[in-house]
Write a protein that binds this ligand. Sequence first.
Ligand code: DX5
Ligand code: ZN
Length: 226
Amino acid sequence: MKRDFLLAPSLLAADILNMERSVASLEGEQDWLHVDVMDGCFVPNITFGPGFVSALRKTFPRETLDVHLMIERPERLLDDFLAAGADYVTIHAEVDHHIHRTLSRIRERGGKAGISINPGTSEELLRPLLPFVDLVLVMSVNPGFGGQSFIESVMEKVTMLSRWRTAGQYSYLIEMDGGIGKQNAAMVALGGTDVLVMGSAVFGTPEPARTLREIRTLVKEATDRA
Ligand code: DX5
Ligand code: ZN
């Protein structure tokens, strides 16, 4: 069955001192730019803040900025990230006692609302929230760092999320993040993933644009054949 899919390179793996050049090295082959925000609490690493998103928005006005918040108390920074120009804002189900309220607020402020779960969190936790989200992000590594190995068992979550989407007539996209590259991108897409996030597999290669083209061809051939 022919299916659409999107490729979202993760800037976590880009050259942070040459961010503009890193984005340019994709030569427009990307569909979205994935921005990993880490707070040193929810995950053991610290990365970008709203100022970074705002600078990206200014320099790349037409890009879709997919902001993945790996932070505690995301409600405190939501408005800042949205004002900075984030398109999708994804929060983790594990951090928020009032997820429904936070997701609603993202939409009220004009953003697309995403919800994410770690590899050790059951997709059942997401079920009551599915009518209220534009994106479900299934983590395929434990968040915090790029370059980790893909955890195969998360594919079962994608199966369930696709099934629930059809049954409930929802329209959320299913995104997967961590350990994806040439070796498994086709399998990830065939399993029902709509948005593939890739960091080191793209920016860790000498020609990121060429790598993205190759991955797109691989995935397209596999999904067209299926
Ligand atoms: C992990 C981040 C990912 C990371 C993926 O905590 O959420 O977006 O950049 O990196 P790779 O593709 O190298 O596993
Ligand atoms: Zn991410």
